[in-house]
Design a protein around this ligand. Sequence first.
Ligand SMILES: Cc1cc2nc3c(=O)[nH]c(=O)nc-3n(C[C@H](O)[C@H](O)[C@H](O)COP(=O)(O)OP(=O)(O)OC[C@H]3O[C@@H](n4cnc5c(N)ncnc54)[C@H](O)[C@@H]3O)c2cc1C
Length: 652
Amino acid sequence: MRESSIRCGAYTLPVFSLNTVVVGTGAAGYNAAERLHRGGQPDVAIVTEHILAGTSRNTGSDKQTYYKLTLSGGEADSVREMAETLFSGQCVDGDIALCEAALSAQCFLRLAELGVPFPRNRYGEYVGYKTDHDPRRRATSVGPYTSRRMTECLEAAAQKRGIRVFDKMQAVMVLGDGGRVYGLLCLDLTRAQETADAFTLFVCTNIIYATGGPAGMYANSVYPNGHFGATGIALEAGVMGRNLTEWQFGLASLHPRWNVSGTYMQALPHVYSTDAAGGDERSFLCDFFADRGEMLTKMFLKGYQWPFDVRKAAGGSSLIDLLVVQESAKGRRVFLDYRRNPCAGEVNFESLAPEAHAYLQNAGACFGLPIDRLLHMNKPAVDFYRDKGVDLAAQPLEVALCAQHNNGGLAVDCWWQTNLQGFFAVGEVAASHGVYRPGGSALNAGQVGGARAAQFIAARGAGDPPAPEALPQAVRARLDAFVQGAASLVGERDNTRAAWHEATRRMSRVGGAIRSEAGIAEGLNATRAALAAFWRDIRVDSPARLGEALRLRDTLLSQETYLAAMADYLAQGGKSRGSALYTDPMGCKPHETLPDLYAFTVDDGVRGGLTQEVTRHGENITVTWRPVRPIPVDDDFFENVWRAYRENGNVY
Ligand SMILES: Cc1cc2nc3c(=O)[nH]c(=O)nc-3n(C[C@H](O)[C@H](O)[C@H](O)COP(=O)(O)OP(=O)(O)OC[C@H]3O[C@@H](n4cnc5c(N)ncnc54)[C@H](O)[C@@H]3O)c2cc1C
């Protein structure tokens, strides 16, 4: 790594030049950096806006899942079969599915070797369980904080290699010419008291972008506080987006942000809403369901059918999600109350469907109040909230339908390289999933993506970047204009926070789980207008707040691109699928008392073999569709593969 400086208009920026910059200190970023260093490329550094931020380190769930090839028992499993499971999630490229299956055992075992305590039986088998969309028992877990343990172990491994981490560096611009990447402009949050000191430039041959999901787009979010993502600036640089319409939404508490899956719902809490001030309490679920047993059964099922799924919206458990959304849309707040039984009565456990009744009976939980049942079935679930300052025995829990995971993202090839040469995307920022994915496959994809990108860069991405003064003219011009534009955001007033709230609430309203043609169009127009007026209208009252303004810009860029993808999906005749209900006037309502907004038709899977790709060219957005790449059928005759491997090159 070499240090120099560059003149940008009125400012002199420090410059770090190196082979590869990894952006992000989540499980994906640390893994990629460590593997690249181990693979023979020592000229690598990590840049992160906050070393302790991100989803991997700060989130979890009842039993946070890691998905891998079966490594125990007598049931048959194979790389091909796992690839087929991933591929069957729809809109998934087969070569990516194959890589994720092929490297899953290697990546998993590496984590185990690094100290992630994945459970084993006395003979050393990593025994698994069945997760959602999983035909086998490929899932495993170390408890609620699997991704945190992964991150800590990977961080220790990266530290051992002495990989430098630039903390408090917020990436604000990706430098590229549409064909290849040249570097990254960052806001140095430790020096941003003066505009003149605020910026630092990284010039590099490769970037491994591991910035996580674009969580900042939504107001209703179960991503951890302080995680926003940075997909917008990559899209701005011309990196293609893929499957952007595909998200996962589910019921989550707002303070703290946490999925209320599993026993939180199986304990059957009372659900009610209030007005914004906390008055006018209504038991909206009790009012809706004439049959109390049906209501209790759906609530119970929500426990392990956690994500909102349109296929379960009409007669199934996702009707609960819809009723919560409808209540929130009226400006009301929704709460789970573990101090009261549903509908202020005794629970008639016999009225539950046999599956739910049997479960609670087997668990010995057919008694008392929801808090008693929750404590009995899963005391750590109560302790979790108590540790965060919420006593479920004494207070209700506010919930909403929240964005949890982006299945789509930046389009990658089977080396996790994007269309911008030298720019790799790994972890949740990358689009390796489609409509459905097995629980736990996100964490596997992040590890595999990093391993592939590192292998490719070590073999094919060597070399120094150009000298800062030799950057292409067009790239220099964009850099100068950006720095001057950013500096001019500092003024007397500060309207960034208000603009942020407006943008993120709008996105939750029109681009969340419920999407209509009119809502998307309105959201797209408003976002486009906000983006067009950004440099003119947005101001911060001190350079220290520039980061928030530029994050708003990144978010608006993402929102515009994602909404354009949703608008196109509808224009192509796309129907409701995954976690997105698209209003269809010709469709059916889940219940006659619900508004027309909820009339929908479930997609019949005709687009499952296609993938939607979205590219920004300045202010224009192009959307195209193509058939997914099939799962490759390679020549697996050993001697042939061995020769190709020996001759090193034929695999790239
Ligand atoms: C509640 C919840 C439960 C989940 N449960 C599961 C599960 O059971 N199984 C599963 O497989 N997945 C699960 N996921 C998803 C999974 O946790 C994430 O997809 C994964 O942790 C993302 O890892 P990552 O390394 O890609 O990104 P992150 O861990 O989010 O890291 C992103 C990094 O990028 C940095 N960064 C972001 N923007 C910038 C910027 N502008 N400049 C510099 N740095 C930046 C951040 O500081 C951070 O270090 C869950 C997610 C949530 C929210």
